[in-house]
Design a protein around this ligand. Sequence first.
Ligand code: NAD
Length: 504
Amino acid sequence: MTGTASTSIPLVRHWIAGKPWDGTADRSGDVYDPATGELTKHVAFATPEVVDEAVRAAASAFTGWRHSSLAKRSKILFSFREIVAERADELAAIVTSEHGKVLSDALGEVSRGLEVMEFACGIPQLLKGGYSAEVSTNVDVYSIRQPLGPVAIISPFNFPAMVPSWFFPVAIACGNTVVLKPSEKDPSAANWLAERWAEVGLPEGVFNVVHGDKVAVDALLEHEGVKAISFVGSTPIARYVYENGTRAHKRVQALGGAKNHMVVLPDADLDLAADAAVNAGFGSAGERCMAISVVVAVEPVADELVGKIRERMGEVRVGDGRREGDMGPLVTEAHRDKVAAYLDAGVEEGAELVVDGRGVKVDGEEGGFFLGPTLFDNVSPKMSIYRDEIFGPVLSVVRAPTYDAALELVNDNPYGNGTAIFTNDGGAARRFQNEVEVGMVGVNVPIPVPVSYYSFGGWKSSLFGDSHAHGTEGVHFYTRGKVVTSRWLDPSHGGINLGFPQNS
Ligand code: NAD
């Protein structure tokens, strides 16, 4: 819901040029504590004028920052990494209070963000170019990579600390300046990070935050000062951002939604597979782009596997993420209701509802946006619970007669973010990793999120653009290559030659 902010509830403000924005918000959004259902904050929604102010702050900081030495940049990055690590509990508590995920999970997301900060600390090594001496007489050739300018990062609600951290440490390390537009559902983590940057001496304007909705996103897409956009969110918006951003001649990487399959072969360790399905299906209430949402049981293991998954689901404790528990609420009431509607749809379409999350016992407030873990068996690819990204604690089991049928199912799916195979057969695993059309593959690992020095990204409708996040691809995304060919003449050399340069 949007409207003018009421005065008794705190307002989350934009962060521009090293300080909180002090204007008056014409429009704002509501931020809830999902575990209690309580309205806790308003968040200012940026107009195109506010976005322009932030981009101009980023543009004027760019000249100084791009020329700052690699030594200075890595020193600031090290300090930032240290302060975030020291105060990780604070950031995790903010994430839990607005997203709802349990504290241990929120700490996990902070630690994955820290890994990218650590990666970015190595920027002097990462920006090294090539050098070839004497490619022709007295001629040397070398390559350098230069920053782009102000870049925008637009992030989703499900990882308010980690997803922005996939991008901004690398962008800043490469010499760019940043305007971050986090999700309006859980906006405070972005401001907390901005405050830490200011504390460690990042020059003002290098890292800015604007809050808001489509109006702010469109303003970033259209702004001439924004040179590149890193987007993460649902597939329709990722496609929209990619198409409009590239039309405006920006470099764009837009990571979209997912429907991740876990294939279980008959020779797999079924206890390991059942643990993995429950952990990867219901962790963070299924609100992860790398969550497992489909278990493909290759016969004859389906009955036994479903039994083992159901047994474990009974042990999942649902409740307020600040208490002892395994799974918190969903992010908003509307999202909880949307996910719950899929339970009716699945039953109507003929799937077998093995565990119904609506009956779950919750260790939390009545007003919280809870839904328990749900399991469907005998799901077919035509059903909406299979086709749609539900983004909640709903696991579907599809029974496949053979490995080939399982592989075909995964490859026919329009998404291609993550997948996993569970087997004890190295040859089968190797064949799967080669044949599957998905960007990130796990072998007996259900959530194969790459470490920071590799790159994160899916295929097909899970990614628009061709650069993945962080790792070498992140450095390439945030820089442009330049090759210099130089000749320092001998004093004796000279003469006119109108021919095309030849190396000799
Ligand atoms: P979302 O697409 O609704 O929102 C993402 C961002 O886009 C937010 O900042 C939001 O304010 C903005 N936005 C929303 N509607 C818009 C519109 N009409 N025009 C312009 N901008 C708009 O996504 P979400 O619900 O916040 O996050 C969940 C989605 O993100 C899931 O689909 C999930 O799979 C995906 N996700 C993908 C990855 C990945 O790496 N591929 C990682 C995390 C989340």
